[in-house]
Design a protein around this ligand. Structure first.
Ligand SMILES: [Zn+2]
Length: 144
């Protein structure tokens, strides 16, 4: 992940979406002060943002394969943040997964890493796809 994340910055708060603990833009990640409160898990917040960047680094065919597995439907594929697509899957780990395939992917990877049981219960096909796609390359390791 080192070679694709260009910077991680701590900022006071988002001027666009004050509820978000973090955001990303062109492979740079902003962590807002709210990410460091007891309600948030910084590792989980970062994992979610890394997942956005990971999705954009996948081949288009891989993004489409994810979107099909996750039951996104639409007439065309206009990119990972396509808002013209419709999500037909009912089991969602987070409601904002409906925003785009990329948001859905980031939420699902976050749950795959930090709450795999919830992902498996809500979206078993997506959980399977992530397992097969990333095999053992996607693991949490503790820092000592
Ligand atoms: Zn997100």
């Amino acid at each position: 992940m080192n070679e694709i994340v260009q910077g991680i910055y701590r900022l006071k708060e988002s001027t666009q979406a004050s509820a978000n603990p973090c955001a990303n833009f062109e492979n740079q990640i902003a962590l807002y002060d709210s990410a460091f409160t007891s309600k948030q898990n910084v590792a989980r917040v970062l994992g979610h943002e890394f997942s956005h960047i990971l999705f954009r680094k996948l081949e288009k065919s891989e993004q489409i394969d994810f979107a099909k597995t996750a039951e996104w439907e639409g007439n065309a594929w206009n990119g990972p943040r396509d808002t013209d697509l419709t999500l037909n899957r009912t089991g969602l780990v987070e409601e904002d997964s409906q925003l785009s395939p990329e948001e859905d992917f980031a939420n699902n990877i976050e749950y795959f890493l930090f709450d795999p049981k919830a992902l498996w219960e809500k979206s078993p096909k997506v959980s399977d796809w992530i397992s097969k796609k990333f095999d053992d390359k996607l693991r949490l390791r503790s820092v000592k």
